[in-house]
Design a protein around this ligand. Structure first.
Ligand SMILES: Cc1cc2nc3c(=O)[nH]c(=O)nc-3n(C[C@H](O)[C@H](O)[C@H](O)COP(=O)(O)O)c2cc1C
Length: 205
């Protein structure tokens, strides 16, 4: 595993504020280990992909992993398996993940491939790995001054845990609709990333 997988879920792709902040973590990781390559998965390019009946049939029918219906799912899961570090930059859309990220989830959480029940409990088949999630939102969705429900972070935590990824760090850039706050949360976000034990500037002790 020698790659950093940067998943961007905003319709603005790499130009989104979340993706731009996430690049700070990428730069920090690469400054500590120049061999790390960056793999970018822009989910806005998956906008036309959706769950069709062939994919549902293949899951429910227990088709083999090389079935044509699983091609995109395999590509996305393999990309994740190959990543030493994962960074997801996602906006909040209507209190939860954007549709593009939900499509990614539906292709990556695949029964029998990335998880399966063991003794009745869904168990992930992927190795855990450090994962940072940068959440952008127009309103305030975190902290004591939260003005909106947040069905994004707990949901993503459950989803990633299902496939075995539990080492999560959330960075919130919220209240971006207020330009003065946007400047402050961007500065705070950079500071939080730089101070992080894994994604920050310092080599782990
Ligand atoms: C369809 C849609 C739904 C949105 N829903 C919410 C929401 O529920 N709460 C919120 O605070 N902001 C919401 N926003 C605003 C985005 O979260 C905000 O523009 C965010 O800063 C985008 O960040 P980005 O530059 O990383 O894409 C929504 C935006 C869109 C386009």
């Amino acid at each position: 595993m020698s790659s950093i997988l940067l998943i961007t879920a905003s319709p603005y792709g790499a130009a989104s504020r979340g993706a731009q902040l996430a690049m700070q973590a990428v730069a920090n990781l690469q400054s500590k280990d120049a061999s790390l390559t960056l793999v970018q998965r822009d989910l806005s390019a998956l906008a036309s992909a959706t769950i069709h009946s062939d994919y549902a049939d293949a899951i429910i029918g227990g088709h083999s992993h090389d079935a044509a219906a699983f091609a995109l799912s395999e590509e996305l899961i393999c990309e994740l398996e190959a990543a030493a570090y994962v960074i997801i930059a996602t906006p909040m859309h209507n209190y939860t993940v954007p549709a593009a990220l939900k499509v990614w989830i539906d292709f990556v959480l695949r029964y029998g491939r990335s998880f399966a029940p063991i003794d009745g409990v869904k168990t992930g088949f992927l190795q855990d790995r450090p994962t940072m999630i940068v959440v952008t939102a127009g309103g305030i969705v975190s902290g004591p001054r939260r003005l909106q429900p947040d069905h994004l972070s707990g949901y993503l935590q459950d989803v990633l845990s299902t496939i075995g990824i539990d080492d999560l760090k959330f960075i919130y850039m919220d209240g971006l609709a207020n330009p003065a706050r946007a400047e402050q949360v961007t500065a705070d976000g950079i500071q939080a990333i730089d101070a992080d034990a894994v994604f920050g500037k310092k080599l782990a002790a």
